[in-house]
Design a protein around this ligand. Structure first.
Ligand code: CAA
Length: 282
């Protein structure tokens, strides 16, 4: 694989763009809309991240310029037509994803693998919107993408062994570790992690401990790098809520019911780092 398309401009999409460009892949970033006067604005966080690495002397200026020169930005599906792999990292909305995959299937070369970074939706259902379900796969990265080693590789019902093998080989090239996961709501990590966060929200709502102390307890008592509430702020409370809702919807088990405080905070736009306020202020 040489040329990769990435759909989206959110934290996950741009993290994925950064990782591929840094490893020497040509990356086409597809975004819904673009500022024609300042096209590069869409990838400003990637430029900033590279700038930080240069300041820390973890990347040379030449390597930064080379990596940036590999990234192009487009609003046209046409520019994705010769990509070997396309990774979709747009909204967690099944209808939007199906519509997107249908368009990708129609426009991309027939050998291309179409991957989704969905954190909990069905790969089988997304793949079914295409005429190449054997080449559709889940490639679930973790936030922050440049730091986190794991990629959950999720097969839909029709995903071929060949497609899976290509993604496993790619993970090695990216210096990541792939874990094979059968399709199931929340896959592995989010089925464990997000209910844990939801429980921390319940503990806070019950007045058992303050947000700071809940996090301190889990850092020092369970050796987590950051506490569950700070992690919720990092992931985004809207994303956590959406994942809880998918788990509840799919399993119909009350243990996956989102805590009302989590829902209330999302309704109040207290989404964590991205809105500068969640369980903590930024
Ligand atoms: N992008 C790139 N690098 C980053 C970064 C980012 N957003 N955030 C931190 N880093 C780097 C820092 O630059 C630093 O690098 P150096 O050591 O080379 O200087 C290193 O990571 C450590 O950072 P810090 O010292 O600032 O802070 P830290 O020690 O708390 O580490 C962390 C930050 C790596 C994010 C750590 O807190 C951590 O591992 N947290 C847990 C993250 C996690 O669980 N992510 C999974 C979320 S679930 C998910 O993503 C799936 C989903 O579908 C919802």
């Amino acid at each position: 694989m040489k040329k990769v398309g990435v759909l989206g401009r959110g934290t996950m999409a741009l993290g994925i763009v950064q990782v591929f460009a840094q490893k020497g892949y040509e990356v086409v970033v597809w975004v819904r809309s673009i500022d024609e006067n300042n096209k590069r604005a869409s990838i400003a966080p990637v430029e900033k991240a590279f700038g930080k690495l240069v300041t820390k002397e973890k990347m040379s200026k030449e390597d930064m310029e080379k990596a940036l020169s590999l990234i192009s930005i487009t609003t046209s599906y046409d520019d994705l037509k010769d990509c070997d792999l396309i990774i979709e990292a747009i909204s967690e909305d099944m209808d939007i994803k199906k519509e997107t995959f249908k368009k990708l299937d129609g426009g991309c070369k027939k050998e291309a693998i179409l991957a989704t970074n969905t954190s909990s939706l069905s790969i089988t259902e997304i793949a079914n919107a295409t005429n190449r379900p054997d080449k559709v796969i889940g490639m679930h990265f973790f936030n922050p993408v440049p730091v986190m080693k794991l990629i959950e590789v999720i097969k839909g019902i029709a995903t071929s062994e060949e497609t899976k093998k290509s993604i496993f080989e790619l993970a090695i090239e990216l210096d990541k570790v792939a874990v094979e996961v059968e399709e199931a709501p929340g896959f592995v990590v989010n089925r464990i992690l997000i209910p844990m966060i939801n429980e921390a929200v319940g503990i806070l709502a019950d007045g058992v401990a303050t947000a700071k102390d809940i996090d301190e307890a889990m850092k020092l008592g369970a050796n987590h790098p950051i506490g569950p509430l700070a992690l919720a702020d990092l992931i985004g409370l809207d994303v956590c809520l959406a994942i809880m809702d998918v788990l509840y919807e799919e399993f119909k088990d009350s243990k996956y019911r989102a805590h009302p405080l989590l829902r209330k905070m999302v309704r109040g736009n207290l989404l964590g780092r991205k809105t500068k306020k969640g369980f903590f202020e930024y």
